[in-house]
Write a protein that binds this ligand. Sequence first.
Ligand SMILES: [Zn+2]
Length: 72
Amino acid sequence: MLSLVDVSKSKENSEREKAYWNSFHCQNRIISSKNRIYGKYCKNRFCTVCSAIRKAEIINRYYPILQTWEEP
Ligand SMILES: [Zn+2]
């Protein structure tokens, strides 16, 4: 992510640079309360944590329909 920040700095794309920094700081603070942990997600598509969560949500959304297919 730091390399992407450097690239966006060299191309003077401040909007992208801010998004890359948000991904760099994704889940850097975790709060635990009542045996659960909470954190703030950046929700950028180039963040590995957030894209994995997005992929799981999409699979869960499409899976009931795929189950009805005979040969998915
Ligand atoms: Zn993220």
